[in-house]
Design a protein around this ligand. Structure first.
Ligand code: SF4
Length: 406
């Protein structure tokens, strides 16, 4: 059981106000591990975020450099955009030079909770190292905690016997962290050191209250490979790690696919909740088809909406440049908007957050254009598509004189 004192009372009070929930109820869910609070006290000015049971659905935006695109200023611009559009969490997925410097820069520049994937930093700098990887990994984890990282992805659920299970797949592995680990495990014929040293990882995460997001190395990279043995076997092992983390007093979330056809999404949520003992579920998309590169923010938002309606708690955005390039500013914005809509649509089905829709509808009924702009998720798009200001008739150019609302 998690000790609810891992976060101070003022954090609970802040969250309860936003989520409209009783403090004792929230504490109970944190103790049971059904809700995780992303909050590392070393992240100065962080706005703590609750993910899980009875909470509003949350969305995350990925930022960070890649070896081919290492403009740190651009990544900070993306961060500003995340703040402007009220993104709940950001993940720094940087893979390139000066990883720690950018991480510190991001954390020191935002109140949004920040997540990272320590295995990226480890393998970027130590690609050929066979021994002592865990020591270097723990050092990166320690530094991440000191820097104020609020949640970390740990791919500890992957086991060497899972390797056999991907043989029939079209795309064997799509997880970046998973592919680093698999390559190392195969090359040196060793078990996943994140699994064998999980207790040491728990100690560091506990020290800084970094929530662990248990990464799914075996997530399918195409809807054809969905919900296969490799994915489920890893999920079952992840469920065991959830219990070990709870025992050690460390908060966890579980990551999920990826690519799932529409009719299998509810089943995937059900499986995670069952095998992972009600731990918050953080889904990457999921994309409901593989044939729409350039529009993957839409294929993923369709999947994310159904996932959240079916019980997923946290949605990781996908941008139009998914599978094609590192997203630019415009792509990041498209991804944010698609996932803000997905999260909000799911909240409405849970009877939450309806006031803004009501206000928008009243403004629409009254042909109150300023009001409509104010309640829109993105006023700049409102202006862009309105193109022409309403005529003296006050109608828009769609129906003009024949405006039904008049
Ligand atoms: S003109 Fe047509 S589309 Fe425009 S506000 Fe009136 S009814 Fe709606």
């Amino acid at each position: 059981m998690i000790n609810s004192n891992i976060v101070p009372d003022h954090v609970y009070e802040e969250i309860c106000k936003k989520e409209n929930i009783e403090i004792n109820e929230l504490k109970k869910n944190v103790e049971k591990g059904f809700t995780a609070i992303l909050y590392n006290p070393n992240h100065k000015n962080v706005k703590p975020l609750a993910v899980g049971k009875d909470m509003l659905v949350k969305m995350n935006a990925n930022i960070g450099t890649s070896p081919g695109c290492s403009d740190q200023t651009l990544e900070i611009e993306k961060l500003r955009l995340c703040e402007q559009y009220d993104v709940d969490a950001v993940m720094d997925l940087s893979l390139g030079e000066n990883i720690r410097q950018l991480r510190q820069n991001i954390i020191n520049n935002t109140y949004i909770p920040v997540g990272t994937v320590p295995i990226y930093e480890l393998f970027y700098y130590n690609q050929d190292l066979q021994e002592n990887l865990i020591d270097k990994y723990l050092q990166i984890l320690e530094e991440s905690g000191q820097d104020g990282v609020d949640f970390v992805v740990i791919h500890a659920g992957l086991l060497s016997n899972h390797l056999e299970l991907v043989k029939k797949r079209i795309i064997k592995v799509t997880s970046r962290g998973g592919s680093f680990l698999l390559k190392w495990m195969k090359k040196y014929n060793k078990e996943n050191f994140l699994y064998t040293h999980f207790d040491k990882i728990l100690e560091v995460c506990k020290k800084y209250n970094m929530t662990i997001s248990l990464g799914d190395s075996m997530r399918p990279g195409t809807i054809i490979d969905e919900t296969d043995e490799a994915q489920i076997e890893e999920l079952i092992n992840i469920g065991k790690l959830v219990l070990r983390a709870r025992e050690a007093g460390v908060q966890t979330m579980v990551e999920g696919p990826g690519h799932i056809p529409y009719h299998k999404i509810a089943l995937n949520i059900e499986l995670e909740k069952k095998h992972c003992h009600g731990a918050p579920f953080y889904v990457l998309g999921p994309l409901v088809t593989d044939i729409a590169p350039g529009y993957d923010h839409i294929t993923a938002a369709i999947g994310a909406t159904l996932a959240a309606v079916s019980g997923a708690d946290f949605l990781c955005y996908v941008t139009p440049s998914e599978h094609l390039a590192l997203p630019n500013i415009a792509d990041v914005k498209e991804g944010i908007m698609a996932f803000k809509i997905a999260a909000h649509a799911a909240d409405l089905t849970r009877g939450k957050n309806i006031d803004r829709d009501r206000n928008m509808s009243i403004a629409r009924a009254n042909l109150d254009w300023e009001g409509q702009r104010k309640y829109s998720l993105d006023p700049t798009s409102f202006d862009k598509y309105q193109r022409k200001k309403p005529s003296e008739l006050n109608a828009c150019t769609m129906c003009g004189d024949f405006c039904a609302l008049k």
